[in-house]
Design a protein around this ligand. Structure first.
Ligand code: M6R
Length: 611
């Protein structure tokens, strides 16, 4: 959940670390800190954003060619200066930054308190660095060994970087359950939670595996497991481009990412869809084609927006591949005793590929013998490594905390998976596939067209921006779109919003409707059109304000709704890919008008690597 950056080499570490922390701020922005090592260790930290830290260190000596930095999403201990990372050992010689949770920190802390350790923060992280210090004091082990022994004693998840004033030519990095990338330069190494702080310096990276510790010197890297087995690290080439990490002239990353969707969906389809042959090709799951012919049931596990994409996937897979699908919140699934068999296929969806609940659900399903596919965006993240096979969404880095282009890319991949399974099982004819795939290939252009609604969506946003509540209603696969619209609005504008299947309104939410209540309908001309029209009338009869997403040229809904947003005609299967766009724009504009921090909404972080 937190972002970590480290550097060892010949350049000034501080500017590299600060720039990297800005790139990782999507992971948490409760506090930030740096440690720089020259002849001595200097630690500067501050509650607030990375820019607050920068203001704080202005005029202070930030020299040093070895250092590390941290941007925090608070778990143990409130956001404050003293709980900010880095944390130090009692003798101040050792310093640590940490992403994750040390679950047994309390037991260790009690023991260390008994030995006279004094803690300055409420964090689990500080306990870990005191444990390393304690092991060194008690056993006389060198730092490398002491860290390894300490990591064998902790339970939980971590990505850590440790520096020692006694060894100013070494940085130690380790991971278990939290991501860590090492950039390999000439006479220098970079360490980060993801590749974004590294890409402008080197394209050569090593993704550290769980239970690995890297001992990094300026011109030497040694990787061992925590069991002390030397590893041969695999150096990969980054495909990330620097421009992908910039706002590119947009006011916010979220807006840029909304506008990137024609491109991201196109990238997602590229090389996978062959309309003329009526064929879908998914290299990542090809090996499992036979499994797909016999699979009894598909369970989709995910959280948040990815869960909404999963719900769209359920409609598509059941409709076209005719396999029963269940969609589960990963956080609930893992704590039940779900019935899973070897004949089940579990599809885990995650933009970040790091969500702790989704990872735990995968591990559980794996233990029970299911085959697991991942649908992830971040290449090399943890989920693609722990699943049997998978399909990347190729949306490119998503930096805005509110997910936009990742959602449409996930839905695109699930559409492809639905057709792929249908193809393997003979559940769809070749002619039908030709028809669908031809239309699917046009979706990027239709998204482009839909983005032209921006000005009218902005005008509607102005009208409803001061509302305290908002309802989003849709039927069929537009129901998850309604859920997603509501989530977007609440997370970035802090307006209370709920998504419901339109027909459920009369079973309760209708009681909320009065002239103050905007109700957003997805009312395109598809199977439940007439029913949705009835629901619109029910809202109008109670003086609610209706905002309707309609199919181009619609007149019936226009005559009843207060505001309409027209989207291009498309096959019902692809409506979620189009109808979502104006909802993203609506929440964006409302949040901007309300003066909210669109890219970094309060209390949230992009990857939720804690339970
Ligand atoms: O990285 P993941 O897709 O696993 O993340 C899941 C959710 O945390 C995420 O979708 C969250 O709901 C976003 N803030 C939605 O905009």
């Amino acid at each position: 959940m937190c972002g970590i950056v480290g550097y060892i080499g010949y350049r000034d570490a501080y500017p590299i670390i600060i720039k990297g922390l800005h790139r990782l701020e999507y992971r948490g922005y409760d506090s930030a800190g740096v440690a720089l090592l020259d002849k001595e260790m200097r630690v500067y930290k501050k509650a607030g954003k990375v820019s607050d830290l920068e203001d704080f260190v202005k005029g202070i000596d930030t020299s040093g060619t070895i250092g590390m930095g941290h941007t925090r999403w608070a778990t143990h201990g409130a956001p404050s200066d003293r709980n900010s990372h880095p944390h130090s050992s009692g003798d101040r010689k050792l310093t640590i930054i940490h992403n994750g949770i040390i679950e047994n920190y309390n037991v260790i802390k009690e023991a260390l308190l008994g030995k006279g350790h004094i803690f300055k923060s409420d964090t689990d992280t500080e306990v870990l660095i005191h444990l390393v210090e304690d092991i060194q004091n008690e056993t006389g082990l060198d730092l490398q060994e002491a860290v390894r022994v300490a990591l064998n004693r902790v339970i939980g998840a971590y990505a850590i970087v440790i520096m020692s004033a006694d060894d100013p030519d070494m940085v130690i990095a380790a991971r278990k359950g939290s991501p860590m990338v090492i950039g390999v330069g000439k006479g220098e190494y970079f360490i980060a939670s993801d590749a974004t702080p590294i890409v402008e310096y080197t394209k050569n990276v090593i993704y550290l595996n769980d239970n690995e510790i890297a001992y990094i010197r300026r011109d030497d890297l040694l990787v061992k497991t925590i069991d002390n087995t030397v590893q041969t690290p695999y150096i990969q080439k980054l495909e990330l481009q620097l421009e992908m990490l910039e706002k590119g002239g947009y006011d916010h990353f979220m807006l840029k990412e909304i506008y990137e969707q024609p491109r991201s969906v196109r990238d997602c389809l590229r090389g996978r869809v062959y309309p003329q042959q009526g064929k879908v090709q998914l290299g990542g799951i090809k090996e499992y084609s036979d499994k797909l012919k016999n699979v009894d049931r598909i369970i989709i596990v995910a959280c948040g927006t990815s869960w909404h994409a999963g719900l769209v996937g359920e409609y598509l897979i059941e409709e076209y591949a005719r396999v029963p699908v269940e969609v589960e919140y990963a956080s609930e699934f893992r704590y039940r005793n779900p019935i899973i068999t070897e004949k089940d296929l579990v599809i885990a969806i995650s933009q970040s590929g790091e969500t702790a609940d989704t990872m735990a659900a995968i591990e559980l399903a794996k233990e029970k013998g299911a085959t697991i596919f991942g649908v992830c965006n971040v290449v090399g993240a943890s989920i693609p490594r722990i699943t049997h096979a998978g399909v990347y969404t190729h949306a490119g880095p998503e930096i805005g905390v509110a997910s936009t282009k990742a959602f449409t890319a996930q839905v695109t991949v699930l559409t492809l998976i639905a057709f792929y399974i249908a193809q393997q099982r003979g559940a769809i004819t070749r002619n039908k596939l030709i028809e669908y795939l031809t239309e699917l290939n046009e979706i990027p252009d239709l998204i482009e067209q839909t983005l032209k609604t921006n000005e009218s969506v902005k005008a509607i946003s102005e009208k409803i921006k001061d509302s305290r509540n908002c309802l989003f209603l849709g039927r069929g696969s537009s129901f998850p779109v309604a859920l997603e619209g509501a989530l977007k609005l609440k997370e970035i504008s802090y307006i209370h919003a709920e998504g419901y299947p339109a027909a459920e309104m009369k079973h309760g939410p209708i009681a909320l409707i009065d002239e103050e209540m905007p109700v957003v309908f997805i009312a395109t001309k598809h199977s439940s059109y007439e029913k949705v029209i009835s629901n619109i009338q029910e809202v109008k009869a109670r003086k609610g304000q209706v905002i309707a997403i309609v199919t181009e040229g619609d007149t019936a809904v226009r005559s009843m709704a207060d505001y309409v947003i027209e989207i291009p005609q498309t096959n019902e299967a692809f409506v979620p890919l189009i109808a979502t766009i104006p909802l993203q724009l609506l929440s964006y504009h409302i949040a901007v008008m309300r003066g909210c921090n669109v890219d970094q909404p309060r209390n949230l972080a992009k990857s939720v690597t804690v339970e």
